[in-house]
Ligand binder design. Sequence first.
Ligand SMILES: Cc1cc2nc3c(=O)[nH]c(=O)nc-3n(C[C@H](O)[C@H](O)[C@H](O)COP(=O)(O)OP(=O)(O)OC[C@H]3O[C@@H](n4cnc5c(N)ncnc54)[C@H](O)[C@@H]3O)c2cc1C
Length: 411
Amino acid sequence: MAQPTKKMVVIIGGGAAGFFCAINLARLRPDLEVHILEKSQQVLSKVKVSGGGRCNVTHACFNPEELIENYPRGGKELLGPFHHFQPADTIQWFEDRGVELHTEDDGRMFPVTNSSQTIIDCFLREANKYHVHIHFGVQVESITSVDNAWKIDCKNQTFHAIAVMMATGSSQQAWSLLKQLGHTIIPPVPSLFTFHIRDKRIDGLMGVSIPHVQASLMNTDLITEGPLLITHWGLSGPAILKLSAWGADVLAKKQYRASIQINFCPTYDSASCIDYLRGMRNDHPKKKVVNDHFPTIPSRLWKQLCAFGNITENHNWADLSNIMIESFAEILTSSTLSINGKSTFKEEFVTCGGIALNEVNMRNMESRLHPNLYFGGEMLNIDAVTGGFNFQAAWTTGWLAARSIAGNQTS
Ligand SMILES: Cc1cc2nc3c(=O)[nH]c(=O)nc-3n(C[C@H](O)[C@H](O)[C@H](O)COP(=O)(O)OP(=O)(O)OC[C@H]3O[C@@H](n4cnc5c(N)ncnc54)[C@H](O)[C@@H]3O)c2cc1C
């Protein structure tokens, strides 16, 4: 059994947020004993598989006001925290420890090695340097407040800590512990997923991508823009993933049966698209419509959209009636497709829901119900679209908790 000590701080969960908190705390306060309790035999397992094994550490977005736009839940509450620790600080933190990051065209940032192991090695080196105690196979079963401190019961051990930081990701069991302490847990539902769609317009086109579309979830005001990817089961790509994240609650309530509208050429609306198609009819009357695709719409998709609008291989632009043009413009700018289920995006399952943020002091991540109880990472009701934003939330919340515990606790 671990020796009870007034100087012990326990971090529950050896994931991204837990490690970041532990390392920073141990560095700031060498007089405290920092212990990570991890239920599995491996720490940082999500970091390992993240970003397809490359770990999308953060995003090159340095304005907190812009940054929060990427968080369907928790954005408003993260504004303050991002003024204290944001992607620029993440980059600096890693750089100070010999880990350089590089930025891809879309803003995602990865270690230059393109290997998540670089991040894990860095964390393990730092944990070792600052004498963080890591316990494997230790699942926390209860936490109890005793005399202004915490008693943490695990299967075969008990720890006594002056402060506890919980960073247990989307663990139902850990949320139950917090419910027992009076915290409200917003019911978790998946975020970041792709849509199952069977539709003639996209049938057989797996692998085709469109660089820029507008996607909206019907009967809501949710609209996203970005690349679209046709998969063998339906639709994916940033435009869809963003819609899944922002629409996570609505879609869960509808049991992933809903309709989306796609504008395949978002520089046009229905009226301007009709004008454009009429222009084509005037300027290129003898050209085959199926061979004359919009530059941004891949020819295979264009042909299928034509077929959906009853435009055959034989139709020249001059053959299109006004009604055909109007109906084709509708297909191009507002195709309605039915969602019938969902799939996880590259196994990057992110959960929205978690501890209600009004019960957390977002300046230091401390519980508003219990002093010296802190939270970080995905266990909070915070989640982001894909792109490195989820890890950024883990670093920021872990860092704030570390700084607060370091400042608040006297040995
Ligand atoms: C496949 C995949 C790829 C991803 N890629 C990216 C990416 O590239 N960029 C990005 O920003 N985000 C990515 N994400 C999301 C990101 O991994 C999470 O947002 C992040 O890991 C959350 O960190 P966390 O510390 O809160 O939770 P976790 O990393 O899940 O860590 C929680 C830890 O707590 C432990 N634990 C749980 N309950 C207990 C208990 N009772 N006692 C002790 N230990 C417990 C768990 O075993 C786990 O190790 C990805 C997610 C997945 C699944």
